[in-house]
Ligand binder design. Sequence first.
Ligand SMILES: Cc1cc2nc3c(=O)[nH]c(=O)nc-3n(C[C@H](O)[C@H](O)[C@H](O)COP(=O)(O)O)c2cc1C
Ligand code: SF4
Ligand code: SF4
Length: 259
Amino acid sequence: MKGIILYFSGTGNTKFIANKIEEEFTKNGCEIETHSIEEKLDLQNISYDFLILGFPKYFEYIPHNFIEYLKDNLYYSSKEIKTMIFSTGKDKMKIYFHELEKILLEKNYKVIVTKNFQMPDSFTLGKGYKKVTRKDIREIYDSSLADIKDIVLNFLIDNTIKEEVSDITASIYKTIYKFKTRDLYKNSLNFSVSSNCDKCNLCVNVCPTKNIENINSYIKFRDNCIMCCRCVNACPKNAILYKEKEHTQYKENIDLVVS
Ligand SMILES: Cc1cc2nc3c(=O)[nH]c(=O)nc-3n(C[C@H](O)[C@H](O)[C@H](O)COP(=O)(O)O)c2cc1C
Ligand code: SF4
Ligand code: SF4
């Protein structure tokens, strides 16, 4: 049985879980490959028997770029494809997957497992952000890793395990998402860099939407930011300012954010 994992990861958490899920499938004798949607893979050239999708939770919902990617790149499959969806969020609260499931069903992908994994909070710009230690991060990782074995086993034996939320909760989540993302692209106007910036261009190279430019040694932010926080968390000088303030980085090791 061959599978494919497609994920988007702003700052490395979702990638970490995707790689661990891959390891678990391999241990169970499956052939599996893992790709970020940023690789812009042509899915028509790959054949697979099952699909795993992963992304970070943004404002209690699915990142817009991930949904758009699937709409544009996932083709109708003539045979039904068994599918798992997972998200990573700063808490264990379940997420509303129904709309994504509907898009998948239209393309003949049947979702049998959904799961939100708790991971460290990447939204260090958020008002409610609490600083975490390396020990906290390790503990959160370990507790999420403990769930992977079970999820994969159940998926392999066709057990349906879905994390459901009520219609009322779903409509609250949808309202939050709509409200929080109404001016998302304008957020770029809030970014700047401090004098600590040494123009290394790391942020320019890693931004998933090419939203950052180095023009004559001035780091400029354009207007298509998705707030993934990769630049903020990856900058080796912690030089990216949001609303003119320096913000904590939640991982000390850049390799955990960008690799
Ligand atoms: C813009 C933004 C909004 C977020 N909103 C939520 C949220 O509503 N609920 C939650 O649990 N985590 C939220 N988070 C935290 C991330 O979902 C979490 O840290 C995730 O593991 C990051 O994954 P990544 O490293 O693959 O990007 C948010 C993060 C960002 C950057
Ligand atoms: S990653 Fe940081 S130091 Fe490097 S160019 Fe960007 S802001 Fe400047
Ligand atoms: S500029 Fe926006 S989209 Fe680009 S890395 Fe930074 S937060 Fe992400």
